[in-house]
Design a protein around this ligand. Structure first.
Ligand SMILES: *Cc1c(COP(=O)(O)O)cnc(C)c1O
Length: 244
């Protein structure tokens, strides 16, 4: 990370770049939302971006959400959950997050729904798709997405708002872009089925290394961490553990 640029500079330049790209690809400037992925980032540093007017954050560990949300309770910001969700953490996650991007199996959806009924609360969710065919990635197999969406749509208190994916980890555009194209295609396919209780308005895709391509392919939420907060001390494998 270039130390000569400040957090504020990086934030503002990426914000305006996102709006420019959206316009360039024939969409409105505000059609792509920037999520700041704040995993491992201390609350004091998150507050620096809150001061710039930022409202949407993403975390992928329930424990970290649990530590941070109460400390930021006065700030009028929201956290989406973007990580692998274990069933014993479902209740806590539902208390803290305003959207869950990582629903990838019916058992998890059932747990969420059951808990929401008890809490008398509704939750917006995205279905996570494994578009890269990498074993280490969570997400439902592309061939199974429609079945999963149809099954989840029947569960009470859950509202499907779109799809999410992590593209292949590659510096080659030719390997990354097809993942985003596939997610968009699946979204169109699902939309055309007019399934009750299902909206396909969000496509959560693109991270620090590939958000530009994701916007070109139709992203509505890009999830950016490193490019704004700087490099994390912990390797990404920590966040994508093998213990499916
Ligand atoms: C960490 C993470 C990101 C952001 O990654 P960067 O490369 O730091 O931008 C996006 N999405 C998910 C699911 C993540 O875990």
């Amino acid at each position: 990370m270039d130390n000569s640029t400040s957090l504020k500079d990086r934030y503002q330049s990426i914000k305006s770049e996102i709006a420019e790209l959206a316009l360039k690809f024939g969409r409105t400037a505000d059609s792509v939302k920037l999520m700041l992925v704040s995993k491992t980032v201390p609350v004091e540093r998150i507050l620096k971006t809150v001061e710039l007017g930022h409202k949407l954050y993403g975390e992928n560990k329930v424990q970290e959400l649990s530590d941070k949300v109460p400390r930021l309770a006065e700030e009028n910001i929201e956290f989406h959950f973007i990580g692998h969700l274990q069933s014993n953490k479902v209740k806590r996650c539902l208390e803290l997050a305003t959207m869950i991007h990582s629903v990838d199996r019916i058992s998890l959806a059932q747990e969420l729904s059951g808990q929401l009924v008890k809490m008398n609360k509704e939750m917006d969710i995205l279905i996570q798709v494994n578009t890269s065919h990498e074993e280490s990635k969570f997400g439902v197999h592309p061939d199974e997405v429609i079945n999963l969406v149809e099954a989840v749509a029947k569960l009470p208190h859950l509202r499907i708002k779109g799809l999410m994916t992590l593209a292949k980890f590659s510096s080659l555009e030719d390997e990354v872009r097809p993942c985003f194209k596939m997610l968009k295609q699946l979204s169109n396919q699902i939309e055309s089925k007019n399934i009750p209780n299902v909206e396909m308005k969000e496509l959560s895709m693109g991270m620090s290394s590939d958000y530009r391509i994701a916007i070109e392919e139709g992203a509505t939420i890009v999830r950016v961490g490193t490019a704004i907060f700087g490099k994390r001390d912990t390797p990404d494998s920590y966040y994508w553990p093998e213990d499916k």
